[in-house]
Design a protein around this ligand. Structure first.
Ligand code: ZN
Length: 505
């Protein structure tokens, strides 16, 4: 039987001191021994032309399929003894196609274990998994569904091992996952994830009720979320089976958040509400008495935390312009900041950007017209904060350098990305930005935006187009934008013609 591979996994742990993990893995092996693992190869019109499946050590393969119904009927016959069905990204892909082509297929009624849905829970920190990139498996060979089925199984093995370790450390977390996936159904006639629920219930040995689950959520997120926020989201999410998994992904992320971890884009696509929930839990609530939010969103504390200074610079009249700008930004306002040259304008967007990355995993885009300035900004910021949070994409990078920066952005390591305006015409840059939640956009040296000024660069129009497109296609987690210029140049609101009525309030 193919399930014996889990046996191999428990072997790995036998030599460790932790006999508990080995025992758990062996139990999982018994419970999930009759699994049909499969993968389809399809042509772009979604027609299946190649099926690979494994069940109890037997291989099923159909190539160059002409009659899809017959092939799927054969697969049903092959797997009629199966208790579960497993694959990677099969809920939204393979099972949908099979359901459309042959709704009578017996395997469509089996409880599903989709390893895509397990990945962010098993590996919440970067890198998620060596075999998984975005929502796809990293394949060694093309058009080999049997190899892909084996790969999905290898991912599942590692996920089970990761859950076993988590269960040892924090049994209530796995119990919470069981609560979150109980009765979950994706709607639209799509299969639920009963198999995932069975796995968590088996690992945890219990399913908490709603009140117990709330206590677990509060305890595991203690000190990392706003209590008012929990109150606001709990009833909405916990009452509906379709929304409960959101709580599992949110809790999982919160427990490792504060650095380079992000929730994968596909989770946000599947559960649109997730960014809003994280914002509710981790950003400023409107309750003046909430000490957590007042403490976290305090611009002077943030200055001390990231730059080591006690106070913002005061103008001769006593006003702290930097603080006013940062407070406005932290409150989610769009703004135009004009400071004297050398007035410390960078800090005005860097502090909110670092804060948003840390609290929400968001990316801040800084459109900067000068390559040399960009490099200085990135180097200074990383040196001062002792992090690698800032990076730049511009025409002077070599291809490998550019690839490395893009990968870091994708994985969530980068919180502030400097981009030259002409890069916004690049398709891969636009796709990269789409892969992250953008906290806010900064137009540095904003006098360059002045449409009739001698500094105007037509590429700024591309920025505007990409920005509008992203805003339509994405749920920008904040409407916040910033413009920063210096008072040597004439910056007047009526000159920001392309952005008028859109970005400047
Ligand atoms: Zn609060």
């Amino acid at each position: 039987m193919y399930g014996k591979n889990i046996g191999k996994l428990s072997e790995k742990f036998k030599c460790t001191k932790d006999a508990g993990i080995a025992k758990l893995l062996s139990d999982v092996q018994d419970k999930f021994k009759n699994i049909l693992i499969f993968d389809f190869e399809t042509i772009p019109s979604q027609d299946i032309y190649h099926i690979g499946a494994i069940f109890n050590d037997k291989i099923f393969e159909r190539k160059n399929i002409k009659h899809v119904k017959t092939a799927l009927s054969d697969l049903s016959e092959f797997s009629k003894e199966a208790d579960y069905i497993l694959g990677h990204n099969i809920i939204n892909h393979d099972l949908q196609i099979a359901g459309d082509a042959f709704p009578e297929a017996g395997f469509l009624k089996l409880p599903v274990i989709d390893t895509l849905f397990l990945s962010p829970l098993a590996f919440p920190e970067n890198p998620y998994h060596k075999l998984v990139k975005n929502y796809k498996l990293i394949k060694n060979s093309k058009n080999d569904p049997i190899a892909d089925a084996k790969l999905a199984w290898a991912v599942f093995e590692d996920q089970v091992a990761a859950f076993s370790v988590l269960n040892e450390k924090e049994p209530n977390l796995i119990a919470f996952f069981a609560f979150a996936f109980e009765n979950f159904n994706l709607g639209d006639g799509r299969s639920g994830l009963q198999g995932i629920f069975d796995l968590f219930r088996y690992l945890a040995g219990k399913i908490p009720d709603k009140e117990e689950a709330k206590t677990i959520f509060q305890n595991l997120s203690e000190g990392k979320v706003c209590r008012t926020g929990i109150g606001e989201i709990w009833e909405d999410c916990s009452g509906h089976a379709a929304q409960r998994p959101v709580l599992a992904y949110v809790l999982s992320w919160i427990m490792v958040s504060g650095g380079n971890s992000i929730i994968p884009p596909w989770v946000k696509h599947e559960f649109h509400e997730i960014s809003g929930i994280i914002r509710n839990l981790r950003y400023s609530c409107k309750d003046e008495t909430c000490s957590f939010c007042r403490e976290q969103n305090n611009s002077e504390k943030l200055l001390k935390k990231y730059f080591g200074f006690e106070k913002y610079r005061a103008l001769p009249d006593g006003r702290a312009l930097q603080k006013e700008i940062i407070d406005s930004n932290l409150n989610g306002n769009s703004l135009l900041g004009i400071l004297p040259t050398g007035g410390g304008k960078s800090i005005c967007y860097q502090i909110p950007a670092l804060h948003r990355h840390n609290r929400l995993g968001e990316l801040t885009i800084v459109i900067s017209p000068l390559k040399a300035l960009m490099k200085d900004q990135v180097d200074n910021l990383n040196r001062t904060t002792g992090t690698e949070t800032a990076a730049a994409i511009n025409g002077s990078l070599t291809l490998p350098e550019r690839g490395a920066v893009m990968e870091k952005v994708r994985l969530g390591d980068i919180g502030i990305l400097y981009i030259s305006p002409e890069q916004m015409r690049n398709f891969s840059v636009a796709e990269l930005i789409k892969s992250r939640d953008v906290g806010f956009w900064v137009f540095d040296e904003a006098h360059c935006l002045s449409k009739w000024g001698h500094d105007f660069r037509p590429d700024y129009l591309s920025c505007f187009r990409v920005y509008c497109k992203l805003q339509q296609g994405l749920r920008l987690s904040s409407s916040c934008r910033g413009f920063y210029g210096n008072s040597k140049k004439r910056c007047h609101r009526r000159n920001f013609k392309p952005f008028q009525g859109k970005a400047v309030p």
